[in-house]
Design a protein around this ligand. Structure first.
Ligand code: GLA
Length: 660
C-alpha cells in the first residue's frame, strides 16, 4: 500500500475538531497519520509522570477510521521542565552562547541526561503501544541535525577521537600528525587540550572541523540507535525510521545512517514553482532511494502549499501536489505524506500549509488532497516495486563537509552545486540516476560521475581504478582527489591517486571570481573554478579559450584498461555539461529506458520481479505532449492502445501488461 496522510497533532485541537478530522481523513482516503512528533510535554508533563489517555484515544479514533498510526518519539522537543532540571543539556553554539527553551531542538544530543530521558520516553511509548493493531511504523525523533559545541560534546569528541587515532600518547601523536598541528602552533600535549572547533580568533583547523562533523553524525546516530533498540525490544516486528532532511549542508553521513534505519524516510520542500522543482525532487528522491539501497523509501513530510522559511514564503501552484507526489513515487517512494494534517492556529509555523488549511475543507488545497488520496488508491499496486539505473553519481559526505569548511576554499565553491549540475545533466539525458558512496560498489553501473569528490581515501581511489580498467566509464570533475581522509593534501599534483588513471596532472588552482566565466574552445564555458591542467597520456578534448589558461586543457579523456575516464577541470555550463554527459552515455552504450520527449517531460519506470512494470509520465512543461505508450491507465481506468495526450502539469501512470 502507498502510505498517504501526514503529521497529526490532536493535542492542538478540541473534541469537535477530532471528530471532523477522522471524517475528513476518511473522505480524503488518508491511511496513515504520524502522531507524537512534538508531544513530549503532553506525554510527560512532569519528569517521570506520563499521560497516555489522549494518545490512547487518538489511537482508537484513528484505528476505527481505518487510519494506521506512525508513532513518533517526541525527543526533538524536550519540555521546559527538562531544561530547568538539566541546564547542562541545553545546547551551546560554537561561540559559547547557551540556548534556552522556547522553540524546539533545545538539547545537546551528547548530554547524558538528555539521552536517558529520550530513551526513557521512547521505552514508555513502546511499552504502551506494543501490539496495538494501528501501529505500523516508528518515527524516531524529528530531523536529526541539531549540533552542539558544549563540554559534553567535547568529552564525546575526545572519546571518538581516541577510538579513531588510539588512546594515550600514541593516539595523540597520530592526531597531531593527521590534523597537521605543526601549522600555527596547534600541537596538543594532552587529550584534555583537544576541543570541538569552537569560535576562535582566525581560521579553524580544517582536519579538526572534518573530524568533528564525522563525530557529530555518529553521536547522533548513537542517540538514534539507543531509541531504536529500546523500541525494538517491545515491538520487534514494527519497522523503525527517522525523517532525514536533505539540506544544503548536511549534518548526517546518510550512508552510515541508511544502514541503521529499517526504511529511509525524507522530508522535502522544493522551493521552485517552475519546472526546476522536478530537478529538486529527482535529486532528493534519487538520494533517498540510493541510501535505502534501491528499495522503496518514504516521503515522510512535504507541504500541501506554502512553506515558511527564512521569511521566504513559497507556495505550490495548483495541481502540483499530485504531480510532485507522483514524481516522488516514480522515483521509488511508497508514500506521499505531509507536514501536516491540519494547519496550526498558533506557533512558529502557523502559516505553514497543511492538508486541511485554516480556511477549512472547502478549499483548493483540500480538494487537491482529496483527489491525491483517491489517485493513490488507484496506484497501490505500484508499492514495493523498484527502479533500475545504469548511471550513478558519487555522493560523499566527507567531501561535502571538507569543501564547505569555511574559508579554506572560496564560499562560492559549494559541493552540492557540482553534484546538482551533474544530476541535472543525467536527468536531461532521460536517465534515472543513482548515488553511490565513493568507496561503494560501482560494478552495476556503466557510467559513474565522480563529482568534486575532494576527500578520497586510498580504498576509494583503488576501487575507481579497478572499475575503469574493468570496462566502466567514469567522469571525474574538478577538485576531486585533492586531500586524503585526514583532510591533508596529497602531494605531487591533483587529483593525486587518480592522476595515472586519468592521464593528467593539475599543477595549480585558478579559482574564478564571482560571476567570472571562462569560454571553452568547443563551446560553453566554465565558472566558479578552473585548474592549470597538463595532459600526461590523456587526449585533450577541449581547451580554455581565453584568460590565463588560454590554450590549456579544460577537458581530457583517456582509455584505461577496457574503460574510459574523463577529467573536467572547471564547473561546466549546463549546455556543455549536457553534451559531455551525452557523449559519455553514448560511449558507455546506455540508452534511456523511456524516450526523452522534451526537457520538462519526464518518463520513469518502476518494475516488480514478477514482470510487471509501470510507466510514469510527468509533464512539468507548459505545452501538451503526445506520449507514445500502451497498457492500462491506472488513474483514468482505461486501456491505452498507443498513445496518451499529456497536458501541462499532468501525469499519467500506465501499467505495461495492460490487464485491468
Ligand atoms: C520539517 C519538520 C516539520 C516542520 C516542517 C516545516 O518537515 O519536520 O516539523 O518544521 O519541516 O517545513
Amino acid at each position: 500500500m502507498l502510505l498517504f496522510g501526514g503529521d497529526y497533532n490532536p493535542e492542538q485541537w478540541d473534541a469537535p475538531t477530532w471528530a471532523e478530522d477522522v471524517a475528513l481523513m476518511r473522505e480524503a482516503r488518508v491511511n496513515a497519520a504520524t502522531v507524537g512528533v512534538f508531544s513530549w510535554s503532553c506525554i510527560e508533563p512532569r519528569e517521570g509522570s506520563y499521560r497516555f489517555d489522549w494518545l490512547d484515544a487518538t489511537f482508537e479514533r484513528l484505528h476505527n477510521a481505518g487510519v494506521a498510526v506512525i508513532l513518533a518519539t517526541p525527543t526533538a522537543s524536550p519540555p521546559p521542565w527538562f531544561s530547568l532540571a538539566h541546564p547542562d543539556a541545553l545546547p551551546v553554539r560554537a561561540d559559547g552562547t547557551r540556548l534556552v527553551h522556547g522553540s524546539r531542538d533545545t538539547y545537546c544530543a551528547a548530554a547524558p541526561s538528555y539521552r536517558q530521558a529520550a530513551a526513557r520516553v521512547a521505552t514508555k511509548l513502546a511499552e504502551r503501544y506494543a501490539g496495538h493493531p494501528a501501529l505500523v511504523l516508528w518515527h524516531v525523533h524529528n530531523e536529526y541535525g541539531t549540533m552542539c559545541w558544549c563540554d559534553h560534546a567535547a568529552t564525546g569528541f575526545r572519546t571518538w577521537l581516541q577510538q579513531r587515532y588510539g588512546p594515550a600518547q600514541q593516539g595523540l601523536d597520530e592526531l597531531n600528525e593527521a590534523w597537521g598541528t605543526a601549522f600555527w602552533s596547534q600541537r596538543y600535549g594532552d587529550w584534555e587540550e583537544v576541543l570541538p572547533p569552537r569560535a576562535t580568533q582566525w581560521l579553524a583547523n580544517p582536519s579538526q572541523t572534518l573530524d568533528f562533523r564525522r563525530f557529530w553524525s555518529s553521536e547522533l546516530l548513537r542517540a538514534f540507535v539507543e531509541q531504536r533498540d529500546a523500541i525494538r525490544a517491545h515491538t520487534p516486528a514494527i519497522p523503525v525510521t527517522t525523517n532525514f532532511m536533505l539540506s544544503d549542508t548536511p549534518v548526517l553521513d546518510l550512508w552510515e545512517w541508511g544502514r541503521e534505519v529499517d526504511v529511509v524516510a525524507i522530508d522535502h520542500y522544493p522551493n521552485s514553482r517552475g519546472s526546476s522543482a522536478y530537478d529538486q525532487i529527482a535529486l532528493a528522491a534519487d538520494m533517498a532511494r540510493s541510501i535505502n539501497q534501491g528499495r522503496p523509501w518514504l516521503v515522510m513530510e512535504q507541504a500541501a502549499s506554502t512553506t515558511v522559511e527564512d521569511h521566504a514564503v513559497v507556495h505550490r501552484p495548483p495541481g502540483r501536489t499530485l504531480l510532485d507526489s507522483l514524481a516522488y513515487i516514480a522515483h521509488g517512494s511508497d508514500s506521499a505524506l505531509f507536514f501536516q494534517w491540519r494547519a496550526s492556529r498558533a506557533g512558529a509555523e502557523m502559516y505553514h500549509s497543511a492538508m486541511v488549511p485554516h480556511a477549512g475543507p472547502d478549499t483548493r488545497i483540500f480538494r487537491e488532497i482529496r483527489s491525491l488520496g483517491h489517485a493513490l488508491e488507484d496506484l497501490n499496486e505500484v508499492s514495493g516495486s523498484t527502479t533500475d539505473a545504469e548511471v550513478a553519481i558519487v555522493l560523499d559526505f566527507d567531501s561535502w563537509w571538507a569543501i564547505e569548511a569555511r574559508r579554506v576554499l572560496p564560499a562560492r565553491v559549494q559541493y552540492l552545486d557540482g553534484v546538482r549540475a551533474d544530476h541535472r545533466a543525467v536527468t536531461f539525458a532521460g536517465h534515472l540516476c543513482d548515488f553511490v558512496p565513493a568507496d561503494g560498489d560501482f560494478s552495476r553501473y556503466k557510467l559513474v560521475i565522480v563529482s568534486n569528490t575532494y576527500v578520497l581515501s586510498d580504498e576509494a581511489a583503488h576501487g575507481m581504478h579497478q572499475y575503469v580498467r574493468n570496462g566502466g566509464c567514469m567522469i571525474v570533475t574538478c577538485l576531486s582527489g585533492v586531500v586524503d581522509s585526514s583532510n591533508t593534501v596529497r602531494l605531487g599534483g591533483y587529483p593525486a591517486l587518480l592522476r595515472s588513471l586519468l592521464g593528467v596532472r593539475v599543477e595549480e588552482f585558478h579559482p574564478l571570481a564571482r560571476g567570472e566565466l571562462v569560454p571553452l574552445c568547443g563551446g560553453g564555458y566554465g565558472s566558479v573554478w578552473s585548474e592549470r591542467l597538463e595532459a600526461h597520456g590523456a587526449d585533450v578534448l577541449d581547451r580554455y579559450e581565453t584568460g590565463d589558461l588560454a590554450g590549456g586543457p579544460a577537458i581530457t579523456g583517456r582509455a584505461a584498461g577496457s574503460g574510459y575516464a574523463w577529467y573536467v577541470s572547471t564547473r561546466l555550463s549546463d549546455e556543455r555539461n549536457n553534451l559531455l554527459v551525452l557523449d559519455a552515455l553514448a560511449a558507455a552504450g546506455i540508452t534511456p529506458a523511456l524516450a526523452k520527449l522534451g526537457p520538462a517531460v519526464h518518463g520513469l519506470l518502476r518494475r516488480k520481479g514478477s514482470g510487471h512494470s509501470w510507466q510514469f509520465w510527468l509533464n512539468y512543461g507548459d505545452t501538451t505532449v503526445d506520449v507514445p505508450t500502451r497498457g492500462y491507465d491506472l488513474l483514468l481506468h482505461r486501456p491505452v492502445p498507443a498513445r496518451v495526450e499529456l497536458l501541462p502539469g499532468a501525469a499519467v501512470v500506465v501499467r505495461q501488461d495492460g490487464a485491468p
